[in-house]
Design a protein around this ligand. Structure first.
Ligand SMILES: *[C@@H]1O[C@H](CO)[C@@H](O)[C@H](O)[C@H]1NC(C)=O
Ligand SMILES: *[C@@H]1O[C@H](CO)[C@@H](O)[C@H](O)[C@H]1NC(C)=O
Ligand SMILES: *[C@@H]1O[C@H](CO)[C@@H](O)[C@H](O)[C@H]1NC(C)=O
Ligand SMILES: *[C@@H]1O[C@H](CO)[C@@H](O)[C@H](O)[C@H]1NC(C)=O
Ligand SMILES: *[C@@H]1O[C@H](CO)[C@@H](O)[C@H](O)[C@H]1NC(C)=O
Ligand SMILES: *[C@@H]1O[C@H](CO)[C@@H](O)[C@H](O)[C@H]1NC(C)=O
Ligand SMILES: *[C@@H]1O[C@H](CO)[C@@H](O)[C@H](O)[C@H]1NC(C)=O
Ligand SMILES: *[C@@H]1O[C@H](CO)[C@@H](O)[C@H](O)[C@H]1NC(C)=O
Ligand SMILES: *[C@@H]1O[C@H](CO)[C@@H](O)[C@H](O)[C@H]1NC(C)=O
Ligand SMILES: *[C@@H]1O[C@H](CO)[C@@H](O)[C@H](O)[C@H]1NC(C)=O
Ligand SMILES: *[C@@H]1O[C@H](CO)[C@@H](O)[C@H](O)[C@H]1NC(C)=O
Ligand SMILES: CC(=O)N[C@H]1CO[C@H](CO)[C@@H](O)[C@@H]1O
Length: 637
């Protein structure tokens, strides 16, 4: 490659960075992707982005998490108990709630996922009931601090002791409630019953993103949209794998009517409803313009054991069935199933990950020797255009050149910065994604990586965010090999979580969403996509780290940078080949008051400065970048 050389006068200052960016000779990227990683951790799905407001709506349970009545409580003198009726609502939902009372106004009350946000908007609800009742149910939203009924609707009973009957209703409060200390209630006059009624699958949805039935929470979808994400990796994560036989995330149990979804014990201490299922994930991708990156179960539970090679075929077939369900037309068995569920148009899958972190927990030997290869061969045998990749970069598979991997890193800021050059030695054939990364603990004098026995940051901290930026720049410089990156975990319900730090935190109130410092950094980088990484004359990294490139979507030159561990501001001069004196550029710089600053409910510490710059003689842009800053310079081509 021919480098463009330019004489620059040396700039005074301890830290200086002079770079000259060529306009040819770079590597095209595959549109380096900032994406989203998802699994149901921290009530990310149930009680998170899945908009269902009722917690424990169908009394789902397992040997791991037996069914419970909690958090339902009785209204009036009713006695609540769980029962497995001989004629359940469905085989998937065998357990229901018996409400016994002989007289008076009685019923059941649910506090939602640590509150229910009530606004002047339309709520859509339903419940199933069995038993004799001549009268009307009352469905209502109730504030338990003021005892005010916020909205109420009469639902004429169609109940019968012969079979389960679904009742549907809408509720439209006239005003926004003052707080989320609200419950949803169903009440009725017990004297018009035979002494008890059985309830199941009691559901209430607010408006959802793009008005999807069984859809997603609007504020959290908008937060994700702000990241301009390219892909969604789902449905896990550890949650895909399951802890112990026979429980893992079975795609076929996450489709169809909610009454046919049994749920399962996820790996993060609670029973998943499976309301957020395969179709919902695909609409999520569609609605945010994200490429689906589908992880399939690879024959390994987190606790071990791996499925033996001779027993693996049914699971491989199952992955093929899943792909046929998503992509097949109505003439195929599973394409016909999808069509019968009301989704005639197939989706397209181009990326499949085999399992999750299969180097951990004792699954490595079987993964390397037969599991990965068997899934990949079968999937590519039927779908040659799908990029099937491994869940780790730990192994040399037989055909090293063709095998892509998934690199995960949770570490400390200094360690991340030390990894700036980590991807330089990867090969283009490896085509790696960074499926999970986060700075999770503060630096320690002796250096080194994470210590899982010690506490983690409660929220992403600024020094960690800057270190992640350095790491991402090291990856983006190698964007011909590293095709995308996703922070993890993405979502956290502040009222019940297992893991910190997280990218976006929230509670029942959409006013309290926390977009972390790392969110702000990714938002900036993701808004400036590089389609070609351009060579830089005399690269010199640290304390300023950077990547330079061209964006064909905005026809502009871009330099993304992060400054870490500098004792004073770095004087930067950037010249772009072909850009001359007087050219206009925009510099956006993110900083925070302290290395330890973090965003929390109601507080955003990230300061954004946007400056217009004009190229001086020889097309040089000169500016200063402070320590612990993240920045983007954009110059229209
Ligand atoms: C219902 O059946 C499940 C599965 O057999 C069992 O674990 C549970 O204890 C039963 N619940 C009740 C209330 O009988
Ligand atoms: C109101 O709801 C919030 C959020 O769930 C909770 O933290 C708080 O304790 C509740 N207040 C009362 C008085 O129940
Ligand atoms: C709400 O009702 C409960 C139970 O009847 C009562 O104890 C409480 O004082 C009431 N609160 C208000 C604000 O009226
Ligand atoms: C009552 O239930 C029966 C049996 O499921 C159904 O055919 C009928 O349409 C229902 N009526 C109403 C008003 O929902
Ligand atoms: C409901 O009404 C029907 C017909 O009027 C009557 O036969 C039945 O006994 C009533 N059931 C109850 C629980 O009141
Ligand atoms: C879903 O598929 C798995 C694996 O093939 C199977 O074990 C399970 O029984 C299926 N579930 C249902 C409800 O058919
Ligand atoms: C794998 O095969 C061995 C030997 O036949 C057997 O002992 C073991 O139980 C099998 N493992 C599983 C998970 O089926
Ligand atoms: C940052 O500076 C500290 C203190 O001098 C040093 O211990 C650490 O190694 C430096 N980190 C990096 C990534 O350069
Ligand atoms: C990359 O490879 C070179 C040459 O083998 C080696 O010196 C260097 O340490 C490697 N870099 C990393 C980050 O592994
Ligand atoms: C931009 O470049 C990428 C490759 O880096 C290519 O895939 C894409 O088609 C290009 N887009 C346009 C509009 O030229
Ligand atoms: C382009 O890719 C090649 C091969 O991976 C690498 O040697 C070179 O440094 C890359 N160029 C840029 C500008 O990153
Ligand atoms: C750490 C933590 O908050 N874990 C909670 C996750 O959610 C489950 C179910 O709501 C709780 O039981 C855990 O305590």
């Amino acid at each position: 490659m021919e480098l463009f050389l330019l004489a620059l006068s040396a700039i005074a200052g301890v830290s200086a960075l002079d770079i000259k960016v060529a306009n040819t000779g770079g590597n095209a990227t595959s549109g380096y992707a900032y994406g989203v990683m998802f699994e149901d951790i921290n009530h990310s799905g149930d009680g998170g982005i899945y908009a269902e407001l009722i917690r424990n709506r169908a009394f789902q349970g397992s040997t791991v998490h037996p069914s419970v009545v909690d958090p339902w409580t009785a209204v009036g003198s009713a006695a609540l108990s769980l029962q497995n009726l001989s004629d359940p609502l469905s085989s998937a939902l065998p357990t229901s709630l018996n409400v016994a009372a002989s007289s008076g106004p009685v019923g059941i009350s649910n506090p939602g996922y640590w509150g229910i946000e009530v606004k002047a908007q339309k709520y859509t609800g339903s419940f199933w009931v069995k038993g004799n009742f001549n009268g009307s149910f009352s469905a209502s939203l109730f504030n338990y601090l003021s005892n005010a009924t916020l909205a109420s609707v009469e639902v004429p009973s169609n109940a019968s002791s012969n079979d389960w009957r679904e009742h549907t209703f809408t509720l439209t409060p006239e005003t926004d409630a003052a707080n989320v200390n609200n419950t949803f209630r169903i009440t009725y006059d017990a004297s018009a019953t035979d002494g008890s009624l059985d309830f199941n699958l009691i559901s209430l949805f607010p408006p959802t993103y793009n008005d999807r039935p069984n859809g997603l929470r609007i504020d959290l979808m908008e937060a994700l949209k702000g990241l301009n994400p390219s892909f969604l990796r789902f449905p896990g994560g550890n949650n895909l794998e399951g802890d112990d036989p026979p429980y893992y995330l079975k795609w076929n149990e996450t489709i169809g009517p909610l009454k046919d979804r049994p749920g399962f014990p996820g790996t993060w201490t609670y029973e998943n409803t499976n309301g957020l299922g395969l179709i919902e994930y695909l609409y999520w991708c569609e609605d945010l313009g994200m490429e689906p990156v589908l992880a399939v179960w690879a024959g390994f539970y987190l606790s071990g054991p791996a499925i033996n090679e001779t027993d693996l075929q049914p699971y491989i077939d199952d992955a093929l069935n899943e792909l046929e369900f998503i992509m097949g037309d109505a003439s195929t068995t599973y394409g016909a199933l999808r069509t019968s569920l009301g989704y005639p148009d197939p989706w397209v899958i181009r990326y499949v990950e085999v399992g999750n972190e299969d180097n951990l927990g004792g699954g490595g030997a079987s993964y390397e020797s037969y599991r990965f290869q068997a899934f990949r061969d079968a999937i590519n045998g039927k779908y040659p255009n799908i990029f099937v990749f491994a869940s780790t970069v730990a192994y040399n598979f037989e055909e090293t050149e063709d095998v892509g991997g998934d690199y995960h890193q949770y570490t400390r800021p200094d360690y991340f910065v030390g990894q700036f050059g980590f991807f330089d030695n990867f090969t283009t054939g490896q085509k790696t994604m960074i499926g999970e990364y986060a700075a999770v603990q503060p630096n320690i004098p002796q250096g080194g990586g994470v210590n899982w026995d010690l506490p983690k940051f409660p929220f992403p901290e600024w020094i960690g965010t800057v270190s992640e930026a350095v790491f991402l720049l090291g990856a983006e410089r190698n964007a011909d090999k590293i095709w995308g990156a996703a922070y993890a975990p993405t979502l956290q319900n502040l009222n019940s979580y297992q893991w910190t730090p997280d990218l976006i935190s929230y509670s029942a109130s959409s006013d309290d969403d926390v977009l972390s410092t790392s969110y702000k950094m990714i938002e900036l980088f993701s808004a400036h996509r590089i389609s070609e990484v351009l060579p830089v004359d005399s690269p010199d990294f640290g304390p300023a780290y950077y990547v330079a490139g061209y964006s064909n979507s905005s026809d502009s030159y871009i330099v993304k940078a992060a400054v870490y561990n500098s004792t004073e501001p770095v004087n930067v001069s950037v010249a772009f080949e072909g850009v001359s004196e007087g050219a206009e550029g925009t510099l956006t710089v993110l900083t925070a008051p302290e290395a330890t600053s973090f965003n929390s409910v109601g507080s955003d510490v990230v300061e954004t400065s946007t400056t217009s710059l004009t190229a001086g003689s020889d097309g040089v842009f000169s500016f200063e970048l402070p320590d612990l800053s993240v920045s983007v310079l954009e110059v229209k081509g």
